[in-house]
Design a protein around this ligand. Structure first.
Ligand code: ADP
Ligand code: ZN
Length: 726
């Protein structure tokens, strides 16, 4: 390399929320490339950032620049990943530093691990054999080297036994590789024999995976149609090309069934990325991704920001899921950003769902996305029959929530030796607790929300901020003793009722606060498959992904629950959630049935579910959005102001309202108190910005808030494409 190609100055992006990048000089003995992770001085501190630009045009005198301290011994962040960071920052109107911070979530991983000392067996035998020594020798058979600690654990001895054997030359010291190895998935072993429909879809995905071109495919198949098996073929093709693949799953930590299927197909476990990983695993996986040793990553939305060395495919499973949208920090939708990432890296992305988002369907209809359909369940299993129960006709008894027809159907199902599930998307015992004497309701002191009774943990809980307290003995309002009464059903109360109705059945309750990790999830799956559970009572956590062959009946206790509140996607989401739940029934040879308890049997969502006529439901939803110029036919953003001080909040909101620009192609609505007008002690108001598709909503907002001074006790949050309107 010639002298002239070595940059003398670089601009370094720092992972800090102000997001500034600073210029540094490069000491003569360092060779730095774009994307390199470097340690630099910042005021009195030292921080690690990424070289964003070589030889920038300086705004200050070159002699004033401070020098780079060190280039870290780790792969540079590839140009696609850097472009992605810039794109996400611009789109979400957040600083690039804040986005970069998501790529640098494991500071440990920036340095290689120190080499470790290991031991392996020699041919020598100890002069004196003890049972402990024998166990070590047995455990070490096979010749692999391990650390003293690992050997001690394997053999159930102390490390001093290991060291003793090393002194006697029965074990010899060797250097272990510094990084823990990551097993490589095998693409050669074929999967299942695919059906005709599956073959066609798979062929199209494989072709896309081989082409190294950007494309988006919607894999649109009813629940149980074998979407996973089909996209496994695309992963196999990507592995064959020796590139990396990423699978985004909602609720990844709980997808033990998915992981087992992957292992059955590819011989090893994939690399996982989610909040339940331990520090050591995070480090290993981050580094493995960066060095290209991690071939398949399955993860939550944050896995998008890992430093892939050669990413060649992204699958977004259950692409319609609202949990792909992050509301805090950098608000982004991982489904949409996956498409952007694929474009930045010129590779295909696959969006899979049984109930695709309206946005995605519109793109598929217009031809922007390839539309692959799997219209029937695999192996001849039929979609379950869906029936509505009008709660006006079949009113459950007082303080009861399960109607007579549903009770009958469950009784029949259990008598046939099959499993049933009651679905209610509400955690806790009761959504509302009030005083029987004066009607006083228990409210969270920090939020404008009612407290929810959790009887198992004997607590009242706020579902917005996590506040917990005990149920007061006397009403704080009227001082009546023992007067608090639960109103309405939560899943705990429903479980109680199920126990009374079906005393001989094994009833199990599953909610996100009771199924707390991968182990609990695996136990749950095991108990369902083995038939230990007869009647499952669950929230949305059991609605997705699971495959329980003997589950034939699903009863939805309150099908109307998601329709209240009337946000933009309320109908769409209720439809998606309920068809996912319904999709758990009858997935194997036995016919499934679904009963929906509703007060609104004539509602389009209920009609669509009962008639299984998705198309006309989607069409009418599409028309409604189009007429209202709502997404995906228009753009939407929200600006939320929040403060602990209501006075400065009001002032700031008024200033913003006064300065709001007007135009033909856009509209700024508000300020309105947010539906949750207080969260965690902060008062909130919101503005909604709506514009036509051809407008740049970011620049409208940018021009509007530019120059408006936001007091330091007030926070302004911008959310482009909001999903949450609370
Ligand atoms: P989806 O993700 O579309 O709901 P899955 O991929 O979970 O469907 O498939 C449903 C069930 O059918 C799974 O148990 C899967 O292993 C099985 N299956 C799907 N396709 C095949 C196939 N071609 N051969 C054998 N089993 C299959
Ligand atoms: Zn609260």
């Amino acid at each position: 390399m010639s002298e002239f190609s070595t940059p003398q100055r670089v601009r370094v992006l720092l992972p800090i929320s102000t997001g500034a990048s600073y210029d540094y000089s490069v000491p003569a003995d360092l060779h730095v490339e774009a994307g390199a992770f470097v340690r630099v001085p910042l005021g009195p501190r030292e921080v690690v950032g990424v070289v964003w630009m070589l030889d920038p045009t300086l705004t200050i005198d070159a002699s004033k620049l401070r020098g780079i301290l060190e280039i870290l011994p780790v792969q540079a962040l590839p140009v696609e990943a850097r472009n992605f960071v810039d794109w996400v920052a611009t789109y979400t109107m957040q600083s690039a530093g804040k986005v970069l911070r998501m790529c640098m979530s494991v500071p440990d991983a920036l340095y290689p691990k120190a080499r470790r000392k290991g031991f392996r067996l020699t041919n020598a035998l100890p002069d004196r054999m003890t049972p402990a020594r024998q166990r070590v020798i047995d455990a070490m058979e096979g010749g692999l080297a391990h650390t003293a600690q690992q050997i001690a654990e394997m053999a159930g001895v102390t490390t001093s036994v290991v060291k003793g054997l090393a002194e006697k030359s029965v074990l010899e010291a060797v250097a272990l590789p510094s990084e823990d190895p990551i097993p490589v998935p095998q693409h050669l072993s074929g999967g299942f024999e695919l059906s005709e429909d599956q073959k066609q879809a798979a062929a199209s995905l494989v072709e896309a995976a081989q082409s190294s071109k950007f494309s988006v495919s919607l894999l649109d198949g009813v629940t149980g149609s074998g979407k996973t098996e089909v996209y496994f073929e695309a992963i196999a093709a990507t592995l064959k090309a020796n590139r990396q693949a990423l699978v985004l799953l909602p609720e990844i930590a709980l997808s033990s069934q998915w992981l087992s299927r992957f292992e059955a197909r590819f011989g090893v476990k994939p690399v996982e990325w989610h909040s339940d990983l331990g520090q050591g695993e995070r480090r290993r996986n981050w580094r493995g991704v960066s060095e290209g040793r991690a071939k398949v990553v399955v993860g939550a939305r944050s896995a998008l920001f890992l430093p892939y060395s050669d990413l060649g495919l992204i699958i977004v499973d259950e692409e319609h899921e609202a949990s792909f949208k992050q509301d805090e920090g950098v608000p982004y939708n991982a489904r949409d950003m996956a498409v952007v990432r694929a474009q930045a890296g010129s590779f295909p992305v696959v969006l899979a769902s049984a109930t695709p988002a309206l946005e995605t369907l519109v793109n598929a209809k217009s031809g922007k996305y390839e539309h692959l359909k799997l219209p029937s369940r695999f192996g001849g299993a039929h979609l379950p029959e869906v029936q509505l129960i009008d709660l006006k006709d079949y009113r459950p008894g007082a303080q009861r929530w399960v109607s007579e027809p549903l009770i009958e159907e469950i009784t029949k199902t259990l008598a046939e030796g099959r499993q049933a599930m009651l679905f209610l998307n509400r955690r806790g015992y009761a959504p509302l607790t009030l005083c029987d004497a004066c009607g006083h309701r228990l409210q969270c002191p920090h939020c404008s929300a009612w407290l929810v009774e959790h009887r198992l943990s004997r607590r009242l809980q706020c579902h917005h901020c996590g506040f917990r307290t005990t149920i007061p003995k006397d009403c704080p309002e009227c001082e009546e003793e023992d007067s608090f009464k639960a109103c309405g059903p939560g899943i705990e109360r429903l479980t109680e009722e199920a126990g009374l109705l079906f005393p001989d059945a094994n009833v199990a309750m599953i909610a996100s606060d009771t199924m707390t990790g991968p182990k609990a999830a695996a136990d749950f799956v095991e108990n369902m498959i083995s038939g230990k559970i007869d009647l499952l009572v669950g929230t949305q956590i059991v609605a997705k992904g699971y495959h329980f062959p003997n589950l034939t009946l699903v009863g939805v206790v309150d099908a109307d629950l998601g329709l209240a509140g009337g946000d933009l996607r309320a109908s769409e989401r209720t439809y998606q959630l309920l068809s996912q739940v319904a999709g758990r029934a009858g997935r194997a040879g036995h016919a499934g049935r679904v009963l929906l308890q509703t007060h609104m049997p004539e509602h389009p969502v209920m009609q669509a579910l009962a008639s299984q006529d998705v198309d006309s439901f989607i069409e009418s939803e599409t028309n409604m959005r189009q007429n209202a110029a709502m997404p995906p036919f228009g753009r939407l953003a929200s600006v939320i102001l929040s403060s602990i001080d209501p006075e400065s909040l009001r002032n700031c909101a008024q200033t913003l309202a006064r300065k709001a620009p007007h135009g033909d192609n856009f509209m700024i609505m508000g300020p309105a108190p947010a539906p949750l007008s207080m969260i965690r002690g902060r008062h909130r108001v919101r503005f909604l910005i709506k514009c036509t598709k051809d407008q740049n909503i970011q620049s409208i907002i940018g021009k509007w808030i530019k120059g408006i001074k936001i007091p330091s006790n007030t926070r302004l949050q911008i959310d482009i494409d909001p999903y949450n309107f609370m």
